[in-house]
Structures are given as structure tokens and as C-alpha cells.
Design a binder for this molecule. Structure first.
Ligand code: FE
Ligand code: FE
Ligand code: MG
Length: 163
């Protein structure tokens, strides 16, 4: 980005870059959790659950892409080493040890709820500081809210089948 484009962000730019790198770590971990979950999932509704997990994996990768691009524009460096994902993550990673569709949904719902909280508080920090990053995070937050809803709907479907 040009010097003026960076300058309007002001003094907090390093802190913003760090937060974006934390989000980047979360997105990569979320991507893999969905991706591998879609492969191993078993039990009721495995087909639709696997399809939804795969779709979300792709969307999390898209978030990582947007975050990395913004980090670079702000003059930062996106995390270069996957080991840093675990050092920087807010929302952590939950391995789908139990391949039951219901359990995997619960794990991913937890991840989405963490992401929603993180992005929502990041928006509050960015407000009046960096309109462009604010917009980007708002777009991502909208996706995470949709993800949570999709997963909760599938979880509800499984619960209804059991009755
Ligand atoms: Fe995401
Ligand atoms: Fe998500
Ligand atoms: Mg979806």
C-alpha cells in the first residue's frame, strides 16, 4: 500500500497487524479442523454434514487469504511458520478424535462461537481507526455467524432424528 494508505491507519498499525495474524492462525486451524472433519465424519447425516464442513473449510481458507493480503498491505508479514499457528491462536484446535457427526458439529460450533467473539471485539477496536480493515473483519464476521447457524441447524436435525 502507498504511504498515505498506511498513514491513515496511524499509530496502532502494529497492534492491528498482530491481531490480524492471530486471526490468520485461527483461520488456518479452523480450515484444517473442517477439512479433516469432513473426511472422518461418521454417523447420522454424515453426507450433509461432510458437505457443509467442506464448504466451511473453503470459506475459512478464503478468510485466511483476505487476512494475509491485508497484513501485507499494512506493511506486515503474515505468519510464515505453521508452528506459529498454535502460538498465536485464540480459538485453538480441536482434533475430531470422536468421528461422530454430532460431536464434530459441537466442536466446530465452539470454534465458530470463539471466532464470532474475537471478530466482534476486534471490530470495536478497529472502529474509527482503520475503516478498511473494519470492513474486511465485518465481512468475515458475517460468514462466521452464518457458519454457526448452519452447524446448529444440522445439530438440531440430528437431535430431531433421535426422537
Ligand atoms: Fe473464518
Ligand atoms: Fe467459520
Ligand atoms: Mg455453510
Amino acid at each position: 500500500m502507498g504511504t498515505k494508505g498506511r498513514k491513515i491507519v496511524g499509530e496502532g498499525v502494529d497492534k492491528i497487524i498482530e491481531k490480524l495474524n492471530k486471526a490468520l492462525a485461527d483461520e488456518w486451524l479452523a480450515y484444517y479442523q473442517y477439512w479433516v472433519g469432513a473426511k472422518v465424519v461418521k454417523g447420522p447425516l454424515r453426507g450433509p454434514v461432510s458437505a457443509e464442513l467442506n464448504e466451511h473449510a473453503g470459506e475459512e481458507l478464503g478468510h485466511a487469504e483476505k487476512l494475509a493480503e491485508r497484513i501485507i498491505v499494512l506493511g506486515g508479514t503474515p505468519l510464515l511458520n505453521p508452528q506459529d499457528w498454535f502460538k498465536m491462536t485464540n480459538c485453538d484446535y480441536e482434533a475430531p478424535q470422536d468421528s461422530c457427526a454430532y460431536t464434530i458439529l459441537e466442536q466446530n460450533i465452539k470454534g465458530e462461537q470463539c471466532a464470532i467473539e474475537f471478530y466482534n471485539s476486534l471490530l470495536a477496536e478497529l472502529k474509527d481507526k482503520d475503516a478498511v480493515t473494519y470492513n474486511l473483519i465485518l465481512e468475515i464476521l458475517e460468514d462466521e455467524i452464518e457458519h454457526e447457524e448452519d452447524l446448529e441447524n444440522l445439530k438440531e436435525d440430528i437431535e430431531k432424528m433421535k426422537k
